[in-house]
Design a protein around this ligand. Structure first.
Ligand code: GLP
Length: 264
């Protein structure tokens, strides 16, 4: 795994947006896997800026989001549909027909629905660049601890930690969804390239376990160690518990020298 250490969130946002923009410029019809969460907000803002000021064109890009809360409509202020629309899609030119976000309102035939989401990823040729955040418990998407490392898109019960972390976004007294539809670890690992973003001290333990710990379903982000092309962009706070920071810096310098295409 290539680990890029950034001093602050601004550096992380710029680096992640640079990688996405350069992938879109190289292949305008890129299939892009997208994530939600506070960590991605600044990245979307930077991409919106690049669209407005530098003409970054998303008109042929196809997007697949990782997950959606189960049981809430797309216009609910906490839905990931709403998050994506407000923070990204309504400001850029991705064609509505090219946007895919799991539907949290399916009422029956869940397995069929989830299989159809997988099928649409396959029909698009697979995800070429997957952006990920990480939960405090090391989850990616909503693949909570003990998820199968071969899992596919499915209905997933949220862990207590995730419920506690995300409850504050819901109105007082409002019932928070207990489940989500999420792509699986197996699905994520099929992306050609993966970029994991982590910022803030609350992620330090999860980051260290994901990057330096054993591969374990207890920290589902650790499954990324099995993938041949993962770049982790981590700010100082989130990198605090990494033991190999100096080595990461050395690897990055040598990568820039010998295989700079890994940094595009
Ligand atoms: C949610 C999402 C994850 C995301 C995580 C971290 O749980 N399902 O995909 O990585 O939040 O979010 P934040 O960046 O807000 O810490």
């Amino acid at each position: 795994m290539l680990v890029i250490l950034k001093r602050d969130r601004e550096g992380l946002n710029r680096e992640a947006a640079r990688i996405i923009a350069s992938a879109v410029r190289r292949k305008p019809s890129l299939t892009l896997g997208l994530a939600t969460g506070a960590t991605t907000l600044g990245v979307y803002a930077e991409l919106v800026r690049m669209h407005r000021e530098d003409g970054l064109d998303f008109s042929r890009v196809i997007t697949f989001n990782l997950d959606e809360y189960f049981g809430i409509p797309p216009d609910h202020p906490q839905s990931f549909h709403h998050f994506m629309h407000e923070n990204f899609f309504r400001h850029v030119n991705v064609k509505p027909a090219n946007i895919h976000i799991p539907d949290g309102t399916v009422r029956e035939n869940y397995e069929e629905y989830c299989a159809s989401y997988e099928a649409s990823i396959r029909a698009a040729g697979g995800v070429e660049l997957q952006i990920l955040g990480i939960g405090r418990n090391g989850h990616i998407g909503f693949n909570e601890p003990a998820s199968s490392l071969g899992s596919r898109t499915r209905l997933k019960a949220l862990s207590q930690e995730t419920l506690d972390d995300n409850r504050r976004f819901f109105a007082p007294g409002e019932e928070m969804p207990r489940c989500a539809i999420t792509v699986g670890i197996g699905t994520i690992l099929e992306a050609r390239r993966i970029v994991l973003l982590a910022a803030g001290p609350s992620k330090a333990k999860a980051v260290a376990r994901a990057i330096e710990g054993p591969v374990t379903a207890s920290v589902t982000a650790s499954a990324l160690q099995l993938h041949p092309d993962v770049t982790c962009i981590v700010n100082e706070d989130a990198a605090a518990e990494l033991a190999q920071k100096d080595y990461c810096r050395r690897v990055l310098n040598l990568t820039a020298q010998f295989t700079p295409n890994r940094l595009w």
